[in-house]
Design a protein. Structure first.
Length: 170
């Protein structure tokens, strides 16, 4: 299997699918949703894993997934609570269904932040930004890295308004 151009990570509402499709088109690369990979391995949709097996069962799949990310261009789409809540439809008052989804989203963002930051090769902020603008920045960062790996150009990815660029993977 060839190395992906980039892997986008982030919480629900970060824009992984929307930005991923746009960035893939800009990069001339195929798009693969990691939920599809998890679903294939588990034999059921991610939503079913959460409903029937619970979040702990889903989280048990993570170490193997994180191992697969080693050496990849992992781009963390950093998203604040307000933006994530808006994008997932949790910004409107609603009756409690099972627990409080907005509280759970806030907890999830806090719990997952260290994981996302540890895995990230680059971080792009998404709050108050259009998906195309985010995809343009992701594609620019990834293209610069690919060019540098091929020995083309200066090899310094351009830093956009939300970019945080640690050392690229070896």
């Amino acid at each position: 299997m060839s190395r992906p151009a980039a892997v986008l990570i982030g919480p629900p509402g970060a824009g992984k699918t929307t930005v991923g499709l746009l960035a893939a088109a800009l990069l001339g690369a195929a798009f693969l949703d990691t939920d599809d990979v998890v679903e294939q391995a588990a034999g059921k949709p991610v939503s079913d894993i959460f409903i029937t097996d619970g979040e702990p069962a889903f989280r048990q799949l993570e170490p193997a997934t994180q191992d697969l990310l080693a050496g990849q261009r992992v781009v963390y789409l950093a998203t604040g609570f307000a933006a994530a809540a808006h994008r997932t439809g949790l910004d409107a008052p609603r009756p409690l269904l099972v627990g409080n989804p907005r509280t759970r989203l806030r907890e999830l963002l806090a719990e997952r932040l260290p994981v996302y930051e540890a895995l990230a090769w680059a971080t792009v902020t998404t709050d108050d930004r259009d998906p195309q603008e985010i995809a343009d920045e992701v594609a620019e960062i990834v293209s610069a890295s690919i060019a540098a790996e091929a020995g083309e150009g200066a090899g310094t990815p351009p830093a956009g308004p939300g970019a945080v660029l640690p050392e690229p993977p070896l």
